[in-house]
Ligand binder design. Structure first.
Ligand SMILES: [Zn+2]
Length: 158
């Protein structure tokens, strides 16, 4: 089974971010009517992720999430879609769902922001969102996301 594209409604925003962390194409919508959400899911053949039972029942493809807790939600998605990656992949922007690409800044590139430029000079890879320009790299942030994903997987196996 392949992993589908997702459409997360406003009640599951954190889940949407985690799906992007593992490289899944995940739209996150806020402030849209149910009809608009359903039309969007259908048009792009996305699986709707929601905590709204009535909305889930109306969607051609949906996954209803019973728990408000992110770990339980993650396990629900992985139970339904066992091929879901469980590791951080630098493929999707967590801010906007844009695609990431490897970014090699030239010597003239501005060296600003929170990027650890000294580590970049020593070979740390940078990834840039093609849509919004946000930069990503391996660091303490990704390490903590990885350990959270691993912990959720362990709980699910019990
Ligand atoms: Zn982006």
């Amino acid at each position: 089974m392949t992993v589908p594209r997702w459409l997360a409604d406003e009640m599951v925003g954190r889940l949407a971010r985690y799906l992007r962390f593992v490289g899944c194409d995940t739209l996150y919508v806020r402030g849209l009517s149910d009809d608009k959400i359903l039309a969007w899911a259908q048009r792009e053949d996305r699986v709707l992720l929601t905590r709204d039972r009535r909305l889930a029942a109306r969607a051609p493809r949906s996954l209803l999430l019973d728990s408000p807790e992110i770990g339980a939600q993650w396990r629900s998605v992985r139970r339904a879609y066992p091929d879901l990656p469980n590791d951080v992949r630098f493929e999707r922007c967590t801010e906007c769902n844009g695609e990431l690409e490897l970014y090699r800044p030239g010597p003239e590139a501005p060296r600003e922001g929170p990027v650890p430029w000294d580590r970049v000079d020593r070979g740390l890879l940078l990834y840039r969102c093609r849509a919004c320009g946000h930069l990503y790299w391996e660091g303490s942030h990704t390490a903590s996301i990885r350990s959270r994903l691993a912990a959720w997987a362990d709980l699910g196996a019990r």
